[in-house]
Design a protein around this ligand. Structure first.
Ligand SMILES: Cc1ncc(COP(=O)(O)O)c(C=O)c1O
Length: 386
């Protein structure tokens, strides 16, 4: 390849246009920065987009996950099944309540939790199942709900990478009891930091709405006498402010376009990579399983995985940004390893995915020429390092 033609292909890049800037500027020109109408409007728009009955805007996906367990009253002695192959936030949300995450290994084809292994982790202390749609590829939610019903468990869907993920034509987050989304900058849409919790259950939505704002009984905009309210439960300050909400409203109007672009880029890159023998690809959309195409994570076959850092660095020098999802299985991260004593040989599938994968970008800031460039760059780099 012409190495003089170095492109700049960041792994993720938020696309923020004049509408978003105007919307944010309007908030800043007005008197209401928190507790205003934009958060409500964003919630209604997000509920309509996903098909949810209720949506609660929160400060991050981590906050949504934490509230999911906090609202259940989870505490010491309780356990939650958590995939080993995920972001640490998925497990931290359980840990923050004083409960214990019980990790389950991934399936090799998709990186999703291995549904077959879940029941071996269930005990009389298990209260919930935490399900992550890994890189946007949906989990078999029929299988999950079957297990949940059998054991009487609450289901939390971590949809941080799953805007545009559908299982049986129903949006991710609506199969379990709650779904938690992230609007962090490299995600499908952004509010800088931010998150949303969706649910079909009005009581859960009402309780979480209050728990995200100190557990107060009357919200600021509803008070007849300023400053007069009671606190009837424990709660946090996990609100999404008006600036973030204004950004979210505008981003949501564009998210279908963003998702379409991701899908086209993914398809192009996946085709281009098909004839490279040294790598494999995770399974993507088929039939009732529709991915959100967050990124294209390649797996380096055999010993090539030992050269992963070298490959990443060389790609970087050619302008190709990459990432790793996720750098280690959560139970192998020091906090969890030290606390629970997991061995590095545990969770072998997640460990292999963590050690051998490179996430390639397919975001809407890129086009199909960029995909060709990434594929060519990867071919060159592999032939140089092997
Ligand atoms: C699967 C998963 N869950 C949760 C999070 C945390 O999201 P947030 O940064 O919005 O708290 C992430 C972040 O990337 C994630 O990948």
């Amino acid at each position: 390849m012409e190495t003089s033609v170095v492109r700049k292909i960041p792994f993720g890049k938020p696309i923020v246009g004049p509408e978003e800037k105007q919307a944010v500027s309007d908030v800043l020109s007005g008197p209401i920065l928190v507790h205003g109408p934009r958060a409500k409007e964003f919630e209604e728009a997000f509920a309509a987009y996903t098909g949810a009955d209720y949506a609660v805007a929160v400060a991050s996906c981590t906050a949504a996950l934490h509230l999911s367990y906090f609202n259940l009253g989870l505490g010491a002695g309780d356990e939650v099944i958590v995939p080993a192959q995920t972001h640490t936030a998925t497990a931290h949300a359980v840990e923050l309540c004083g409960a214990r995450p019980v990790f389950v290994d991934a399936e090799a084809e998709t990186g999703n939790i291995d549904v077959e292994q879940i029941e071996s982790g269930i005990t009389e202390r298990t209260r919930a199942l935490s399900i992550v749609h890994f890189l946007g590829m949906p989990v078999d939610m029929d299988g999950i709900n079957g297990i949940a019903r059998k054991h009487g468990l609450f289901v939390v869907e971590d949809c941080a990478l799953a805007i545009g993920t559908y299982f049986k034509q129903v949006h991710a987050g609506l199969h379990g009891d709650v779904g938690c989304f992230s609007f962090y900058p490299v995600k499908h849409m952004t509010t800088a930091e931010g998150g949303m919790l969706i649910t079909k259950d009005g009581d859960i939505a009402e309780k979480i709405n209050r728990q995200k704002a100190f557990g107060q009984d009357i919200f600021v905009g509803q008070r007849k006498v300023p400053g007069q309210y009671d606190v009837t439960m424990l709660g946090f300050n996990y609100r999404l402010n008006e600036i973030q909400s204004a950004l979210g409203i505008e981003q949501l109007k564009r998210v279908d376009g963003f998702c379409k672009k991701r899908k086209a880029n993914y398809a192009k890159l996946s085709r281009q990579l098909q004839n490279i023998d040294e790598i494999s690809q995770l399974q993507s959309s088929h039939g009732e399983y529709q991915s959100s195409y967050y990124c294209l994570s390649i797996i380096l076959n055999g010993n090539l995985a030992d050269s992963r850092i070298e490959i990443i660095n060389r790609l970087g020098r050619m302008g190709v940004g990459t990432s790793i999802y996720y750098p280690r299985p959560v139970p192998h991260l020091s906090y969890y390893k030290n606390k629970y004593g997991y061995a590095y040989t545990s969770f072998p599938v997640a460990a292999r995915l963590s050690a051998a994968s490179i996430a390639l970008p397919v975001g809407p800031h890129l086009n199909e020429d960029d995909m060709e460039y990434i594929a060519e760059a990867l071919k060159d780099v592999i032939s140089e390092v092997k």
